[in-house]
Design a protein around this ligand. Structure first.
Ligand SMILES: NC(=O)c1ccc[n+]([C@@H]2O[C@H](COP(=O)([O-])OP(=O)(O)OC[C@H]3O[C@@H](n4cnc5c(N)ncnc54)[C@H](OP(=O)(O)O)[C@@H]3O)[C@@H](O)[C@H]2O)c1
Length: 340
């Protein structure tokens, strides 16, 4: 089979094609014929490591956490999946050598999830990192359930920073499915259009507008949750934005390692600050996220494509380096690799 591999850290040029045997499938494992591999920022960051020329965690590594395809073989003790089933997979390359930028991957059955006929393989390859991160961000709110379903966020106002990003897009769609009112920020009119297509009720261009003022007008009582990609830029504004007993879910740095935080005002409002790293979410919460995202997909509530705020950018497997470079340079939308 054809695999994209790397054996030392560095730029996209460290990726090369290898011909390798199709892997065997053991007990509690599923072999998936990958059709679409999704690329996330975490994939190029893992490949880049702390700098070029460093040894990788495994002698040969295949990048990319997310993907979709068809079950090719099923090991012993795997209920509920059969060869030919359409599936999406998550965290294929987390603490493992074998990601999805190849024709076949063997994974623990827990990481292989049925994909309904009505859902595209592109959607399946876009779920893992973005949707599971979004789910965690939306289910750590004070006074709200740890599960998402229609109505679970009814009455809540959610502010999504970076509503045209992949995580931002998934957050808007899941929050809308759960019944929240959604306000999003973006940095351009084009991104504003994407955030609206994802389903945001109100979109604020933080370059063009006095964005804090604009959000106060859109949510006069304050927002109940901020889903944050850029705390370094924004933390100073939280007291002006948050309702009492609100939550801030932080899933990225946004241009720096430290931020200044106005402590005193948050005591009065009992603000909860929750950091989110999708890989280390407690296993029970991760299982809940997978189940809820699966339900949202089955309900048709999660979608991809420009018409849903997430334009697709396609690359063939032998151009995986260009796909990584596109994500690294800030492609707007979702970068996917056709592995077949
Ligand atoms: N903690 C986790 O588990 C987790 C999970 C997934 C992703 N991430 C991280 O979250 C970030 C976004 O991931 P993604 O897949 O959504 O990427 P993406 O599709 O490239 O979107 C990034 C979005 O972030 C917004 N943004 C706002 N301020 C930013 C800043 N200072 N620097 C960079 N972007 C800024 C941009 O929107 P505007 O131009 O409109 O501002 C952009 O649309 C990445 O750094 C990624 O590594 C973390």
């Amino acid at each position: 089979m054809r695999s994209v591999t790397y054996s030392s850290t560095g730029g996209p040029e460290v990726l090369s094609m290898m011909d390798r045997p199709v892997p065997e499938c053991g007990a509690n494992e599923v072999r998936v014929r990958i059709l679409v591999s999704g690329v996330n920022p975490t994939d190029w960051k893992s490949r880049a490591g702390d700098g070029p020329g460093q040894p990788t965690a495994f002698p040969v590594m295949v990048p990319n956490q997310d993907g979709s395809g068809v079950v090719d073989a099923v090991g012993a003790d795997v209920p509920g999946l059969r060869p030919g089933d359409r599936v999406w997979v998550w965290e294929a390359a987390y603490e493992r050598a074998e990601g999805t930028a190849q024709e076949y991957v063997v994974l623990p059955a827990r990481q292989v999830v049925p994909l309904p006929d009505a859902a595209s393989f592109d959607l399946g390859a876009s779920l893992g990192i973005p949707a599971l991160t979004a789910h965690r961000c939306l289910t750590v709110m004070q006074g709200r359930p740890e599960r998402l379903d229609p109505g679970s966020l009814h009455g809540a106002c959610v502010l999504v920073i970076g509503g045209a990003g992949a995580v931002g897009n998934a957050t808007i769609q899941l929050a809308r499915w759960a019944g929240a009112r959604v306000v999003a920020t973006v940095s351009s009119p084009e991104k504003a259009d994407l955030a609206r297509r994802a389903g945001a009720h109100e979109v604020v261009d933080y370059i063009a507008d006095d964005w804090v003022d604009a959000i106060r007008r859109a949510a006069p009582d304050g927002v109940d949750l901020i889903v944050e990609v850029a705390p370094v830029m924004n933390a100073v504004h939280y007291p002006a934005l948050l309702a009492p007993n609100a939550t801030v879910s932080i899933y990225a740095f946004g241009g720096g390692a430290d931020f200044t935080f106005p402590v005193q005002s948050h005591f009065g409002t009992n603000t909860r600050i929750q950091f989110v790293l999708v890989y280390t979410v407690p296993p029970s919460a991760k299982d809940a996220a997978v189940a809820d995202v699966r339900a949202a997909v089955e309900a048709g509530a999660l979608r991809v494509g420009a018409e849903h705020g997430l334009p697709l950018h396609r690359f063939p497997l032998d151009q995986a380096a260009a796909a990584h470079a596109a994500v690294e340079s800030g492609a707007v939308g979702k970068v996917v690799i056709d592995t077949a």
